[in-house]
Structures are given as structure tokens and as C-alpha cells.
Write a protein that binds this ligand. Structure first.
Ligand code: AP5
Ligand code: MG
Length: 214
């Protein structure tokens, strides 16, 4: 089962992708996580993309397209995968699709988690992430068991570098300008499913599972 998760920054793509990955035993592939790991370990790619992430801009298409195509060709993706944060532009969608078509493959579900902008700022300013293992929490909606300590790996959780209010606003503008056109693109193709992202984490998960099947 191959799934794309769409939605504004902070819509809950990562939160749902982690749960779906556990349920269906397929990898969760977040381009944002891959880029942040590269920045943290100081790779050439990390150096090239850092300023884009810090400023809430998208990194150039050519840097994420090949990276994602290579990632889904790995052995662990044979039974499917969940893409979180890719594609984010029409050229990314088109190039990815043609790469899949060349291998006789296609995406099965495109899930758009819809959350109005006014909810996003509150969600993002309450988000805390573990820079060690990438786990995501929310101070009110999904707190850690021990304050400020990651449930999964025991390291300290922190505010993501791009979760400052000014950068969140910029990311929302970028989303509306560059990523929202994908909704029309996939609606025309006929495989877009819209989910109400204002519900609770478990309710959203259950409505996605209803669509994907047990
Ligand atoms: P990326 O890491 O993908 O960030 P994003 O799209 O901005 O999305 P987020 O990770 O911020 O939000 P999310 O939807 O995963 O929400 P989450 O589950 O954490 O990308 C970062 C950057 O990398 C981009 O700005 C760009 O520079 C670059 N990049 C990445 N991919 C790229 C691409 N393809 N092309 C070009 N550039 C690319 O939830 C948010 C918070 O809300 C959490 O605290 C969570 O606990 C809480 N929450 C979740 N669900 C609920 C709920 N139902 N109710 C209440 N709270 C909830
Ligand atoms: Mg995310």
C-alpha cells in the first residue's frame, strides 16, 4: 500500500504517518525528517538546505525528487510506504509519478488532512520534537509521560527550529502558494481523500483506517 499524506505544516501528517506505519508495517518516509537529519550530521545536502528550512521556504525540487525516488526503491518499501511531506509542488508530483510508472507502479491513496490556518499556529507553537529520534509531541494534545523527556528514547525534547511564530506564518504562505495547487491536481486524477484534521488524533486515525481497511 503506497500512501501520500498531504496537509499544511502542522496539520498532523507526521503524527498520523507514525501510527499508520506501525499499523500497516510499512515505512514512514518524511522528507522533512531526512533533511533535518542531514543538517544535524553536517552532510553536503544538509549544508545546502539549512537556510531554506530555517526560513520556512521549500528546498529546490531537484534536491528532494531524486532523494525520494531513491528512498522508495529500497527493499523495505517493497510492501508499500507512507510519504509525509512529499510531493509539495506539481513538478515533484509529476516527476515522482513518472518514476513510478516506469516501474509499473502507482500511488494507492492520497490523504489530505485539512486544518484551518487559525488552528495551525496553536498546534505548532505547542509542538515539541526529539532531535535525537524525531518523535513528535504536543504540550497539551500529546504530552510526554515525563515532562520534557522523550517517551521513546529518554532524551530532552525541544521546539523545532522552524516552529517560531514568524517562520510558521511564512511556511503557511508557502504552503498555500506552492503546495495547495496539488489538491486540484489530485482531485482531477480522482484519488484524493479529504480528512477533517480538526478532530482528535485517534479519531483522525480511525477515519483514515476506515478508508484504507483493517
Ligand atoms: P516538514 O518536516 O515536512 O514540515 P511541515 O510540512 O511544515 O509539517 P510539519 O512536520 O511541521 O507538520 P505535520 O503535518 O507533520 O504535523 P505534526 O504531526 O508534527 O518540512 C520541513 C521543511 O523541510 C519545509 O519547510 C521545507 O523547507 C523542507 N521540505 C520538506 N519536504 C520538502 C519537499 N517535498 N519539497 C521542498 N522542501 C521540503 O503535528 C503538529 C503538532 O500538532 C504536534 O505537536 C502534534 O502533536 C499536534 N497534533 C497532531 N495532530 C493533532 C490533532 N488531531 N489534534 C491536536 N493536536 C495535534
Ligand atoms: Mg511532520
Amino acid at each position: 500500500m503506497k500512501i501520500i499524506m498531504l496537509g499544511a505544516p502542522g496539520a498532523g501528517k507526521g503524527t498520523q504517518a507514525v501510527k499508520l506505519s506501525e499499523k500497516y508495517c510499512i515505512p514512514h518516509i518524511s522528507t522533512g525528517d531526512i533533511l533535518r537529519t542531514n543538517i544535524k550530521s553536517g552532510t553536503e545536502l544538509g549544508k545546502r538546505v539549512k537556510a531554506f528550512l530555517d526560513n520556512g521556504q521549500l528546498v529546490p525540487d531537484e534536491l528532494v525528487i531524486d532523494l525520494t525516488i531513491d528512498r522508495v526503491k529500497r527493499d523495505d518499501c517493497k510492501r508499500g510506504y507512507i510519504l509525509d511531506g512529499f510531493p509539495r509542488t506539481i513538478p515533484q508530483a509529476q516527476e515522482f509519478e513518472s518514476a513510478l510508472e516506469n516501474d509499473g507502479e502507482k500511488i494507492d491513496y492520497i490523504i489530505d488532512i485539512e486544518v484551518p490556518d487559525e488552528n495551525i499556529i496553536q498546534r505548532m507553537s505547542g509542538r515539541r520534537t526529539c532531535s535525537h529520534c524525531g518523535a513528535t509531541y504536543h504540550i497539551l494534545h500529546n504530552p510526554t509521560k515525563i515532562e520534557e523527556i522523550c517517551d521513546s528514547c529518554g532524551k530532552r525534547i525541544e521546539l523545532r527550529d522552524d516552529d517560531k511564530p514568524e517562520t510558521i506564518k511564512k511556511r503557511l504562505v508557502v504552503y498555500h502558494e506552492q503546495t495547495q495547487p496539488l489538491m486540484d491536481y489530485y482531485t482531477i486524477k480522482g484519488n484524493l481523500v479529504k480528512i477533517d484534521g480538526t478532530l482528535g488524533i485517534d479519531e483522525i486515525f480511525n477515519s483514515i483506517v476506515e478508508i484504507l481497511g483493517e
